[in-house]
Ligand binder design. Structure first.
Ligand SMILES: NC(=O)c1ccc[n+]([C@@H]2O[C@H](COP(=O)([O-])OP(=O)(O)OC[C@H]3O[C@@H](n4cnc5c(N)ncnc54)[C@H](O)[C@@H]3O)[C@@H](O)[C@H]2O)c1
Ligand SMILES: [Zn+2]
Ligand SMILES: [Zn+2]
Length: 347
């Protein structure tokens, strides 16, 4: 089959690789109909790669073409969406949809560690298919199904961990696809204002069209911009959807006393310089997590199908898998008005 491979820093190829095998008797093989590039794939693109490179892709919608002998609730022919993160499939957390707490070698984000190949390919092997896939629900478009595999649950988590109360003020750092999801989800909680912080003009314009107050962070003006528009008070909640030292620091600097910081942008530094003095002086709450994706589906699917969550046209580019190398560069550079790229493995 054809698959995307990141061989080394900033080197993406589309190449012929062996077809995947079932991961075990509970596994399924999915013929990929649509997949997408995530900001997390950019960490790989920037060189945070396992030895020998990686077959990326953790956002997948497709049709099941093979099931293991122990799969009971899925069958060949089912059209499914796949959780970006999986676990052992046996433990209690995995069974309740929270592979993040899997104690048996999990969680694993597909196509990031080299343990499980990803879905920017024609075929994808998924462990514990009964738990880590669901049939694409009636009334959910392919694009929204892709969003449900990863970044909508992540944006939802960003809003949830902020414990937003009606009337609160919220700043969101990063208006990439994850930040846009966080913005849509934060609006469900009735904040009095949402400040959307980024450096890319078309992303700020999109956030403004969704009802946020856009703040251009160029020239290190992120936190200062939020403080300026709030008359120096700062915000009740800051959601971090970038993952850079700068934006974590901005989030901490721009919250008011008793501020809550919710971090979904990925930063896995072990020696991160955390400003303890500010934590004490402001009585901060700071939470950071990966989303427990399958556990969010029962909440999110009705919000999407009812139109309560209006996600708009997040996918600015529909390209073929063969165009993945150019798509990675464009997504990394924020060029051509890109927000999110959908890749079709048949092209
Ligand atoms: N926690 C999870 O479960 C989870 C899941 C998916 C993605 N993520 C993470 O979310 C993050 C965002 O993903 P994405 O797909 O939206 O990626 P993205 O790269 O498209 O978005 C990042 C955005 O941050 C903006 N930015 C850069 N510097 C900034 C600054 N100084 N101030 C304000 N904004 C700035 C960029 O312009 C861009 O729009 C990534 O770190 C990704 O790994 C986390
Ligand atoms: Zn992702
Ligand atoms: Zn488990």
């Amino acid at each position: 089959m054809r698959a995307v491979v990141i061989t080394k820093e900033r080197t993406v190829e589309v190449t012929e690789v062996p077809d995947p095998h079932l991961t075990g008797p509970d596994g399924v093989i999915v013929e990929v109909e649509a997949t997408a590039i995530c900001g997390s794939d950019l960490h790989l693109f920037h060189g945070m790669l396992p030895e020998g490179g990686v077959h990326p892709g953790h956002e997948v919608v497709g049709r099941i073409v093979e099931v293991g002998s122990k799969v009971t609730d899925r069958a060949v022919g089912d059209r499914v969406l796949v959780s970006a993160v999986v676990g052992c499939g046996h433990c209690h957390p995995c069974r309740i949809g929270d592979p993040i707490r899997c104690p048996n070698g999990g969680p694993i984000a597909l196509g990031t560690t080299g343990q499980l190949d990803g879905g920017q390919a024609e075929l994808l092997a998924v462990p514990a298919g009964d738990l880590f896939t669901i049939p694409v629900p009636e009334g959910v478009s392919t694009e929204n199904a892709i969003l449900l595999t990863d970044i909508l649950p992540t944006g939802f988590l960003g809003a949830q961990m902020g414990s937003i109360e009606p009337g609160d003020t919220v700043a969101i750092f990063g208006m990439g696809p994850v930040g846009i999801m966080a913005l849509a989800c934060a609006q469900l909680y009735g904040p009095s204002a949402i400040y959307a912080v980024d450096v890319v003009p078309d992303r700020l314009a999109r956030a403004a069209a969704m009802g946020a107050v856009a703040i251009d962070a160029s020239g290190d003006m992120g936190a200062l911009g939020v403080l300026e528009v709030t008359g120096g008070r700062g915000v009740d909640v800051a959601i971090e959807a970038v993952g850079l030292r700068q934006t974590v620091s901005d989030a901490i600097s721009c919250v008011a006393a008793r501020g809550r910081i919710s971090m979904v942008g990925v930063n896995v530094e072990m020696d991160f310089p955390f400003p303890m003095a500010l934590a004490f002086l402001k009585a901060l709450s700071f939470r950071a997590a990966f989303a427990a994706i399958p556990s969010t589906w029962s909440n999110l699917v009705p919000l999407v199908t009812s139109g309560t969550l209006d996600l708009g046209d997040v996918f600015t580019h529909h390209l073929g898998l063969s165009e993945a190398p150019a798509a990675y560069t464009m997504f990394d550079e924020h060029s051509h008005g890109v927000l999110k790229v959908l890749l079709d493995p048949r092209r």
